[in-house]
Design a protein around this ligand. Sequence first.
Ligand SMILES: Nc1ncnc2c1ncn2[C@@H]1O[C@H](COP(=O)(O)OP(=O)(O)OP(=O)(O)O)[C@@H](O)[C@H]1O
Ligand SMILES: [Mg+2]
Length: 401
Amino acid sequence: MFSRWNLSRNPFDPNPISLGTLDWFVGRKREVELCRNFMADRSVILVEGDLGVGTTSFGNVVRYHGPFRTTRMEIAVYRGWNSQTLLENVMVAILHDLLEDPETRKNQTVKAIRPLVQHVERSVHSAGISLVGFGGQVTRNVAVTQPGIIPTETLRQNLLALAEAFKTRSGGASFVLQLNNLDPSLTFTKAELITFLNDIRDNLQLPGFSWMLVGKRGLARFVTENVPRLRSIIAHDVILQPLSLSEVGNVVAKRITACTLSDRKGKNPIEQGLFQEIYEASGGSLRETFNICGKLCLTVAGDPLYQKITRKDAGALLAELLGVRFSGIESRPLQQEILKELSGNPGLSQQQLVERISKKQTSVSRAVRMLIDSGLVRQKKDGRLVRYWPSPEVHLAAEYL
Ligand SMILES: Nc1ncnc2c1ncn2[C@@H]1O[C@H](COP(=O)(O)OP(=O)(O)OP(=O)(O)O)[C@@H](O)[C@H]1O
Ligand SMILES: [Mg+2]
């Protein structure tokens, strides 16, 4: 589908950077180096960033280099987890990699622990959840095993034995683990996250292990304010800012080169100015930018008229795609009016919106709610006010709605 641009696949694939795509990583040099030092020395660090700026990728890049081992599967925590579920998942993830490698699968400790992990697997399978399988298909995420099957103390003993068996010469961390999804609003409620972090705190000090705790913007402050016991063992905080425009230009150039089909140079399907505008409208979210760009490419893939997608093309194409997302046909004109108003004046409060649109407060607030539910409008708290912004797609499509 992308051969028109001499590309073998979608260069805007929004998956995090992982083992096979480490070369695609751009920027953040100093932070990566610093975190690698901490990870080699049995530490706990905390990484936070706004949605889609690259926190998962950053963690992956840090842990895939260094004198330690790490897991290939992503460990994303889920609601309802506690120490026991965490350690079970960690053990499954570690054993999975050790058993895949012909060198390490013969290790005595690995052999001894294998039945225990198989036991976890069987119990989870019998509960009807399909997950990681030894020799079977590998899913990207580690499983949720609930309620816990193996006692926490047994898990701790076995993890210690593994750390001992794969001890590094420097005496630093044998394993580096990355916990994703630590979000006080998306994955957990505030109270649940406090309970979870307090519960796992002592296990994060297990000899032989380093941990990266990864979450959305505000995680560092959340821990300071609500989980002082955890704060006292965190060695370093990383707050990731969006990449600069020139760095993002480099990100795209690398991807186009990596996806080029033949010896002729691959072409970027998206005009440079358009790409930058999408990136800025998304507030520096690479994930969202790639999603929109990928969507635009796929929309025109069958139409030879489009060589380079321009700003004008994007506006019209996105307006067409957005049309289907309006909910409640009867209030569609009002919803469209609100979107136009917000695109011209992003950040209006509800009161300001009502003043500009001569409709009743209740109708406006109902229409705004519908727009938020369909992802076309976003809200942010600003002191006592709530302010509204158009989604990046709406911003681009505004003139055509
Ligand atoms: N430093 C970087 N260099 C190049 N590409 C990057 C970089 N950081 C992230 N990306 C790319 O940006 C996209 C989003 O990255 P990632 O999934 O790591 O973000 P995230 O912050 O974890 O997102 P989410 O908030 O959705 O969890 C991915 O396609 C990834 O490959
Ligand atoms: Mg992520």
